[in-house]
Design a protein around this ligand. Structure first.
Ligand code: GLC
Length: 795
């Protein structure tokens, strides 16, 4: 069953049926101001921090589903009937009103046709101002003049989400509202200069600043008294719950259109007045929208692929890059799942996100890498979860004053000890740094000095050596890297036990570092770390090979995890894919272990993480043994590591399997199976229920997952095989046999490469490479602004 379709020309996903099983979300904003909204305009807005600077309120995981939002109501003043432009909150029967939602790149558009009134509401954040714009258009499609009233509604939040959710003795008396000259001012009285405004480009015919006056007692957003009566009460007060309700009466002649702009922004009435003037004419909103379009066009044009797979083209050229960007821009803690109570950066997630898209967002990837470098300890482990402001000198948090005493964390408390360190966290950062340099050619970055979290400073290069030295020191009784609190798998808690995955990851990171060291002429270091990598690779081969695949690890009491003798948790995806990705597993072992992945873990919706799932709690292995079967880390199709298998199969030149796995996980391919998938078909979810669960195939936790970055990286750099290198591009595709031709337009260090890969004989590797018509050994870095043609033939 399908609920919508991909409109690739406009780069939108169009939801035609509103009663989707769960919220289908989207993100607006490209800088500090960010909003998360679903297909019925439910959602919230924040600026900078979803924990400390919430602007609008949201009641997550509640009933009715995902209320409130940024709503526009229309009332027919002839008979008092009213509806909302988004299906919710009023929720007219779907056979009486026609609704549509278009999820676009950093905007959402809701439209409705009811009683011959066509209405449309677009939400987006201005590129040049910290202002959310609601662009509302109404048209009278009937043949008589219509008297209508239009109402906006949003519910303000106390800035600090914890206070807003539980400390009402404070929050309800520390926020006030005022109204003057068309502008609602919302003030957080205890925070200096902390205001929001809500205004419009018209003279309102009424307003309410108090939520309870607008909604009325024993009512909800679905039937607010203000809309029902067709008149607002002019409420405002110091203290209480506040809202942004502005009303406009309109008379529309047959065929006539009206356009209203609402503005929700940072700052007090003064800022509101300025914005009101700036956006007085809708052209100003059009300009900002055009800038937003250009912003995304530029990003997406950095790489455009054309393969025989419409699904891959649609996802890679638009949605997967978009999802990867959202992760880099806003990290993980703003969604309908993480609603702002946990913020800051997760070390491993951020490092992986930053590794994937330096071609599209070099500035943000670099600043994320720097934030992570600052959160590295002298010991060489990263702080698993941290606030970048702890280390960048801005400390915005302290401006929040609370009469409730909350102890402030001292600088030392922020730096956790090794007992809270995860063994993989900082290793990812090496990949991110090397990939950043390969993409941008910014070799000088290696010499930049950066502070350590616990004092002192060192170059980026030195930080990298600390990371590798830490992992090289932290080995267990078998010479394999320790699992510590967790490795990539949060639920595998091995402590002093050993992690196969991290050992492979160490080899992967060390070899990338060695490449960089060699390139920078640091031969001694290159030799040293190359030796460490070789030694670890040998230990892995000696200790971890189980006969048909690699084990997942070893417990502190020296029991193997993921061996053929195990009844459950027999085969694991992480160790086997990383055995190949690290280059440790070669030849027959590589083939065999990926065959085990196929035979034990493949399902029609993607690869499950481990099979069979655990049923018997075993604290030597970790929390994973206490998770329900088929959910999350215990035998679900955990999406994030799926692309590891695409990449590993590509390295083994098994393009068929790489694509089979790609398609199995692809949300695009599940557009017609929403009764099973439930979640958005335009983005990856954190996991899909595994075959051991009754809801096999149901996807959960959209958008904020490292899957997007890895999917983008594995598809472009491994399946299609276009990889940046220190001194040019490398092409090493692994295509399915029936793909005869693929073209890729790639911008690299300012030059344009038009790449055509020809595969007439279902080839596995590059036989011929022509650059601008001349046979070449590699693809060099060209001058900025030039365009080049690259032709590759596989055989
Ligand atoms: C979640 C975490 C991520 C972890 C993964 C597997 O997605 O954000 O850090 O690697 O779960 O446990």
């Amino acid at each position: 069953m399908r609920y919508g379709y991909f409109d690739s020309e406009r780069r939108e996903y169009v939801i035609e049926r509103m009663d989707v099983p769960v919220s289908w979300t989207n993100y607006i904003g490209t800088k500090d101001m960010c909003g998360v909204f679903n297909h019925t305009a439910g959602g919230y807005l924040f600026c900078g921090s979803p924990e400390y600077h919430r602007i609008t309120r949201f009641r997550p995981n509640g009933v009715p589903m995902d209320f409130p939002g940024h709503y526009v109501y229309i009332r027919d003043d002839a008979d008092g009937d009213y509806w909302s432009i988004s299906w919710q909150p009023v929720g007219k029967p779907l056979d009486q009103a026609k609704y549509e939602c278009r999820q676009g790149l950093s905007y959402s558009t809701y439209s409705c046709q009811y009683k011959n009134i066509a209405a449309k509401q677009t939400l987006f954040v201005a590129m040049d101002d910290p202002v959310e714009i609601w662009d509302v258009v109404l048209r009278n499609d009937s043949d008589t003049a219509r008297e209508l009233s239009v109402f906006s509604y949003l519910e303000f939040s106390f800035h600090q989400i914890d206070m807003d959710n539980r400390n009402f003795q404070m929050s309800l008396y520390a926020a006030g509202s005022a109204y003057k000259s068309g502008i609602i001012e919302y003030e957080l009285h205890y925070e200096e200069d902390s205001y929001q405004f809500f205004t419009s480009n018209f003279e309102p015919d009424g307003y309410d600043c108090l939520r309870d006056s607008f909604i009325g007692p024993y009512r909800t957003e679905s039937n607010p008294i203000g809309v029902e009566k067709g008149a607002l009460s002019g409420s405002k007060e110091l203290g209480g719950n506040h809202c942004g309700a502005l009303m406009k009466k309109l008379t529309l002649a047959p065929g006539e259109e009206a356009r209203l702009i609402f503005l929700l922004g940072e700052g007090g009435a003064g800022s509101g007045a300025k914005m009101r003037e700036r956006y007085a004419k809708p052209d100003a909103a059009d300009e900002q929208f055009a800038l937003l379009r250009r912003f995304w066009d530029e990003k997406l044009n950095k790489m455009v692929i054309n393969t025989p797979s419409e699904g891959m083209n649609t996802l890679i050229n638009t949605w997967t890059l978009y999802q990867s960007e959202i992760n880099v821009m806003f990290s993980r803690f703003s969604s309908f799942i993480e609603v702002g109570g946990r913020t800051g950066l997760g070390y491993r997630d951020t490092a992986q996100d930053a590794m994937m898209i330096p071609h599209s967002n070099p500035a943000k990837c670099k600043s994320r890498i720097v934030e992570l470098l600052r959160a590295l300890t002298n010991e060489g482990y990263g702080l698993h979860l941290f606030e970048p402001t702890w280390f960048d000198g801005t400390q915005k948090r302290q401006s929040f004053k609370s009469p409730t005493v909350i102890p402030t964390k001292s600088a030392e408390d922020r730096v956790h000890g090794i007992e809270d360190a995860c063994s993989d966290d900082a290793l990812w950062l090496i990949g991110a740094i090397v990939n950043y340099i390969k993409e941008t050619g910014e070799f000088g970055f290696a010499d930049e000095k950066i502070m350590f979290a616990d004092g002192g400073s060192g170059t980026v290069y030195e930080h990298m050596t600390r990371i590798l030295d830490f992992s090289a020191r932290q080995v267990g009784q078998n010479g394999i890297c320790k699992g510590l609190r967790a490795d990539w798998n949060d639920c595998l808690n091995l402590g002093g036990g050993e992690s196969a995955m991290v050992s492979f990851l160490f080899v992967w990171a060390a070899r990338q570092f060695v490449e960089l060291a060699e390139y920078l002429g640091k031969t001694e270091d290159a030799g040293k770390y190359s030796q460490l990598a070789d030694d670890m690779a040998k230990t892995c081969e000696d200790v971890l090979w189980d006969g048909e695949w690699y084990i997942r690890g070893i417990t502190a009491d020296n029991r193997k995890i993921g061996s053929h003798v195990d009844g459950e948790g027999k085969v694991h995806m992480e160790s086997n894919t990383w055995a190949v990705l690290s280059g440790v597993a070669k030849g027959e072992r590589a083939r065999k272990c990926m065959d085990a992945v196929h035979d034990y873990l493949y399902t029609e919706y993607g690869l499950i993480l481990n099979a069979p799932p655990y049923t018997v709690p075993d604290d030597g292995i970790g929390f994973v043994t206490r998770v329900y079967q088929g959910i999350k880390e215990n035998g679900a199709i955990f999406s994030h590591p799926n692309p590891w298998a695409w990449a590993a199969e590509s390295m083994l030149k098994n393009g068929e399997r790489a694509l089979k796995y790609y398609d199995a996980l692809s949300p695009y391919e599940q557009n017609n199976k929403i009764e099973i998938r439930q979640a958005e078909p335009y983005v990856y979810c954190q996991f899909v229920m595994g075959s051991a669960h009754t809801a096999f195939g149901r996807a959960r936790h959209p958008f904020m997952t490292g899957t997007a970055g890895w999917a983008y990286f594995a598809a472009t750099q491994y399946i299609l095989g276009v990889r940046p290198d220190f001194d040019g591009l490398t092409i090493d595709p692994s295509l399915p046999e029936n793909w005869k031709e693929v073209t890729i337009k790639r911008l690299y260090r300012g030059a344009e490469y038009d790449i055509i890969i020809k595969n007439p004989k279902s080839g596995k590797s590059v036989a011929k490479l022509y650059v601008d018509g001349e046979e070449a050994a590699k693809i060099p870095v060209f001058k900025k602004g030039t365009a080049h043609r690259v032709e590759v033939t596989l055989s």
